[in-house]
Design a protein around this ligand. Structure first.
Ligand code: SF4
Length: 230
């Protein structure tokens, strides 16, 4: 099988600004992959689709999409970086590692699949989640263990910027979040506390203050939602 014949499932391709985390505002090409192995209660992502909409040129393509098509879209984009998002892009690691990195690659991941994380060590930016128990995911202890392993594998280093994003509802176990963050503090450049849209902020500010004893911690909401873009 030729490389161009290999395919994967995407729900959409678009250009926009990065709306989350410490690279907020940079222009990116977003590749939104189908499928996720978790089920967070606040998830607003369409996880499955028979078709992919390429908003950069208006095309609607039937899944699976070929490697050749995706490579052309990446090569022709004039952006800061390419964001691999989902769904969960680590589910597609075998496909992604075949793409030629013609510009910087940015991974947005739930950090639950360490064996697949090992295949994407060539990424330039990693925005990894630390899920809180209140996000409603099953087998939370196992997820935490896998998350610690993923951060260790994709840790911040000279040629890779890795930060941790913690999505927080109004109510959460502050001590548990702080203790989990301690486990990964040496693998990340900083933590981003991201309120679930509409959450109260008092407890989040309290967590920021307590975590500042051991890390750089920023409270950054989803900026793209504030300004009404995709
Ligand atoms: S990890 Fe992301 S895509 Fe998966 S269910 Fe949670 S919010 Fe949705």
């Amino acid at each position: 099988m030729k490389n161009e014949d290999i395919g994967t499932r995407l729900s959409e391709i678009f250009e926009s600004i990065q709306g989350e985390g410490i690279l907020v505002g940079v222009r990116q090409l977003f590749l939104r992959f189908c499928g996720c192995n978790l089920n967070c209660y606040y998830c607003d992502t369409i996880k499955e689709s028979d078709f992919c909409v390429n908003h950069t040129n208006g095309e609607v393509i039937k899944n699976p999409i070929s490697l050749g098509y995706i490579q052309k879209v990446i090569d022709s984009a004039k952006v800061h970086s390419v964001s691999f998002t989902g769904g969960e892009p680590l589910l597609h690691a075998d496909f992604i590692k075949k793409i030629n990195k013609s510009k910087p690659f940015y991974l947005e991941s739930n950090m639950s699949l360490p064996e697949n994380a090992k295949k994407l060590k060539f990424f330039d930016f990693v925005a990894g989640d630390l899920k809180v128990r209140e996000s409603g995911v099953k087998n939370y202890e196992k997820l935490l263990e896998n998350t610690f392993r993923c951060f260790k594998i994709l840790r911040n280093r000279r040629n890779r910027l890795t930060f941790c994003k913690i999505v927080l509802p109004s109510e959460f176990d502050l001590e548990e979040v702080k203790n989990s963050a301690m486990q990964i503090k040496d693998y990340v450049v900083c933590f981003v506390l991201q309120p679930v849209f509409g959450s109260r902020l008092e407890k989040i500010f309290k967590l920021q203050k307590e975590m500042m004893e051991f890390a750089d911690v920023r409270v950054i909401p989803q900026v793209h939602k504030l300004i009404g873009v995709r």
